[in-house]
Design a protein around this ligand. Structure first.
Ligand code: FES
Length: 138
């Protein structure tokens, strides 16, 4: 069993798009994180929901745009590898998304990053969402 909070089921992470959730960092600041599919084990990755170029959100509440294993940043068209988080094209070339540690345990995606505490599903403005008050440990 992986220690940490359950984020969602791996089956709930869209094949094209992202699953958005919010964590609280060590300073108590809420940060948005996205889960995206990845061809490498364990099959998903978690990235802070910010493009390093101009700090715009990758997922603005409707899922990040994805194509062929890459996250597309619509603002300037840069694409980030969904597994590695790096970008070799466009305005964001040479940057890498900020990773958040997760694990997959019996089909559940769990937050294992000691720098972040699970808050709720959805973005920072969705605090009153359906999963805002409870979550199950992994
Ligand atoms: S804001 Fe991401 S490429 Fe410019």
């Amino acid at each position: 069993m992986a220690p940490g909070a359950r984020i969602t089921s791996i089956d709930e992470v869209p094949e094209r798009g992202s699953h958005l959730f919010t964590v609280s960092d060590l300073h108590g600041t809420d940060r948005e994180v996205i889960l995206v599919r990845c061809d490498e084990k364990p099959g998903v990755r978690a990235w802070v929901n910010v493009c390093p170029h101009e700090y715009h959100r990758l997922d603005r509440g409707r899922g990040a745009a994805m194509r062929d294993g890459e996250i597309i940043r619509p603002k300037h068209g840069s694409m980030f590898d969904a597994c590695a988080g790096d970008c070799d094209n466009g305005e964001a070339a040479g940057t890498t998304l900020t990773a958040v540690e997760i694990a997959v345990d019996d089909g559940d995606v769990c937050l294992t990053d000691k720098r972040n505490t699970y808050r709720h599903e959805g973005g920072r403005d969705d605090e009153d969402g359906p999963n805002s008050t409870t979550h199950i440990g992994c």
